[in-house]
Design a protein around this ligand. Structure first.
Ligand code: NAI
Ligand code: SOE
Length: 390
């Protein structure tokens, strides 16, 4: 069976998730399209990288991502660094002819994302941006119902992404609160996951009317680069630095097909963890999904007999998207790991079949443009057109 050598750059939270997916993918999807080999892992210095290699099962380690990108043995470059490095690494990887999977958001802005899309467009490589939540089987099932027409014409999309890890004002000023590294705050970090869901399920977004807010204006400076998502030891006596990104985004949406919608995202919502939800209403029915109950899709159909109308729960399993590779009984439990395993499967399959995969860098670029339009709308306090990628 064909083997593909992976160079993984960034051994933090996503380094762990992607490493797990490379090992597990062939165990779930067999015969695998190819076997990913954990060849080289990169992090900020030699000892951190060497430890990561041991922990995540890579053959080699390095503190120099360029040497891995240029290594002729490497087939795939996997970008799992903070956002400010995505573009430089991806452009170098495209020039070296490597297939690329980059974490989300693709870039810090539409302008930066365009440089990445331009680099991969004619490079003859497969490129993917890792908005993995759409690969939750219940989300793919919602898409199937919509594509089959079971919900009729789509009227409304209502999406949220609510977390609480940044609600504490003494949580450290990690890279996610610095515009120069992250690009934006909740908007780019988690709002873009909702935008990916919205586009996947309901089509292109053409106009937005948005409000951004920064509730916590300064935070204690953080030693070290890894973002522990609010879990680092707090030091309220440490010198504080300015937060120059948003904490919260609230937006109205207009879709190309005439549907309307809304999006809310914040990391300051006490009591919410990974509350990524959508409810979609169509002329023939509705669906509701909440990632905190990710085995379940709530569905309601207008054609149901009147004495049994209402939402019912479908637990995803073998009969549903990706069911052939996952667990043999519905509701055994889909986790974050499974979404990354499925993502890896679709990425490797596209490489082996010479095809395209979605979401790719074009989608990532479009999502960055939507985020830019949201930021501009918040500034101008008015409806703002989204620039559409041709
Ligand atoms: P993290 O802070 O946990 O890890 C980042 C890693 O990159 C650290 O180990 C850091 O030392 C390393 N790094 C920094 N500069 C580097 C350099 N020059 N060369 C090599 N390594 C370097 O961050 P996390 O949470 O893993 O986020 C990484 C990316 O993944 C971000 O773009 C983030 O938005 C995205 N992400 C996506 C998720 C999803 O659900 N798809 C979930 C969490 C993060
Ligand atoms: C922090 O908000 C974070 O790790 C995001 O960066 C991810 O994209 C999200 O999936 C989980 O939360």
């Amino acid at each position: 069976m064909k083997k593909l050598n992976v160079g993984l750059i960034g051994a933090g939270f996503m380094g762990k998730a992607h490493s797990l997916a490379y090992v597990a993918m062939p165990m779930f999807f067999w015969p695998a399209p190819a076997i990913p080999v954990r060849r080289s892992i990169v992090d900020i210095n030699d000892s951190v990288a060497a430890e990561a290699a041991q922990r995540f099962g890579f053959e080699k380690s390095s503190s120099d991502w360029r040497s891995v990108v240029e290594d002729p043995e490497i087939d795939i470059i996997d970008i799992a660094t903070p956002n400010h490095l995505h573009a430089e690494i991806a452009i170098a990887a495209a020039a070296a002819g490597k297939h690329i999977i980059s974490e989300k958001p693709l870039a810090r802005s539409g302008e930066e994302a365009k440089t990445m899309y331009d680099a991969v467009k004619n490079a003859g490589i497969v490129h993917m941006v890792a908005f993995n939540y759409r690969r939750t089987p219940a989300v793919a099932l919602a898409k199937k119902y919509i594509d089959e027409g079971a919900l009729g014409d789509i009227l409304n999309f209502r999406g949220t992404y609510l977390q609480d890890w940044s609600a504490d004002p003494d949580g450290p000023l990690s890279w996610r609160f610095q515009k120069s590294i992250a690009g934006s705050g909740s908007l780019g970090d988690i709002g873009t996951h909702v935008v990916d869901m919205a586009r996947y399920l309901c089509g292109e977004i053409t106009q937005v009317n948005t409000q951004l807010k920064t509730w916590v204006k300064t935070r204690p400076l953080q030693a070290g680069g890894v973002d522990k998502l609010g879990a680092s030891t707090k030091d309220s006596t440490a010198p504080r630095g300015e937060v120059d990104v948003d904490d919260e985004v609230l937006s109205l949406l207009e879709f190309q097909n005439g549907a309307i919608g809304s999006l809310e995202a914040t990391r300051n919502a006490h009591g919410r963890n990974n509350f990524l939800t959508f409810e979609i209403h169509g002329t023939l029915g509705s669906v509701y999904f909440n990632y905190e109950r990710r085995d379940e899709l709530q569905v309601a159909f207008a054609a149901d007999q009147s004495d049994r109308k209402g939402f019912r729960t479908v637990y995803t399993g073998p009969a549903h998207p990706y069911g052939e590779g996952l667990w043999p009984i519905p509701a055994l439990g889909i986790g974050y790991g499974e979404t990354k395993i499925i993502e890896t499967y679709d990425f490797i399959k596209a490489i082996m079949e010479g095809g395209e995969v979605s979401p790719n860098f074009k989608d990532g670029y479009q999502i960055n443009l939507i985020a830019d339009a949201m930021a501009a709308s918040s500034q101008s306090r008015s409806w703002t057109q989204v620039q559409l990628v041709k």
